[in-house]
Design a protein around this ligand. Structure first.
Ligand SMILES: CC(C)(COP(=O)(O)OP(=O)(O)OC[C@H]1O[C@@H](n2cnc3c(N)ncnc32)[C@H](O)[C@@H]1OP(=O)(O)O)[C@@H](O)C(=O)NCCC(=O)NCCS
Length: 149
């Protein structure tokens, strides 16, 4: 970070929905942006605040990839920083927070369904692509990425 004052704190699922909507799914309403497990007791939502404004979000769920069944797998969803703050290192700080959280829970796998446009970002944290590219309706190309912890 270049001296930029920011902080990260846990927020409610509800607090993520505005940024989820404007950054990730502008074709949906904020009310539609309830992801399965959002309010599970194991789920956590992080918000990054800069100049007292929510500028970044990331959520983590205890969930396995399809076809696997492990309570030690954790899924990242809804990772986003506001356009105005991109490139300031906030995405990296949120990823570090998520990975630290999962490690603190003795998580063994950290994975996400990544937009191919963000693949290079996740690679910086050691996540690797698994399987083929697929395209959920209206959301662009995605790929499963994961890392063993
Ligand atoms: C992907 C995203 C979260 C990255 O956040 P950010 O705040 O721009 O990231 P940072 O400023 O912390 O960048 C950290 C590093 O990642 C790199 N990076 C950022 N976005 C990248 C991308 N899309 N592809 C490859 N590298 C990327 C930066 O160059 C930087 O590299 P460096 O440390 O070598 O300088 C942000 O661009 C975003 O919200 N994009 C739109 C929503 C989205 O696609 N989310 C992911 C859904 S799967």
């Amino acid at each position: 970070m270049n001296n930029k004052e920011f902080y990260i704190k846990k927020i409610s699922a509800d607090d993520t929905r505005h940024l989820r909507q404007i950054i990730l799914r502008p074709h949906q309403t904020a009310n539609e942006l309830v992801y399965p497990g959002d309010d599970d007791s194991d789920s956590v939502h992080f918000g990054l605040y800069f100049e007292n404004k929510l500028c970044g979000i990331a959520s983590v769920y205890r969930q396995s990839p399809a076809g696997e069944n492990s309570t030690a797998s954790w899924r990242l969803r809804g990772m986003a920083t506001t356009e105005e703050t991109r490139g300031m290192g906030f995405g990296k700080e949120l990823m570090k927070e998520c990975l630290n959280f999962v490690r603190s829970k003795n998580g063994e796998k950290f994975w996400c369904t990544a937009r191919t446009t963000a693949e290079g970002f996740y690679e910086l944290f050691g996540l690797k692509r698994h399987g083929d590219v697929f395209t959920p309706e209206g959301l662009g190309e995605h790929v499963i990425m994961s890392i063993k912890l």
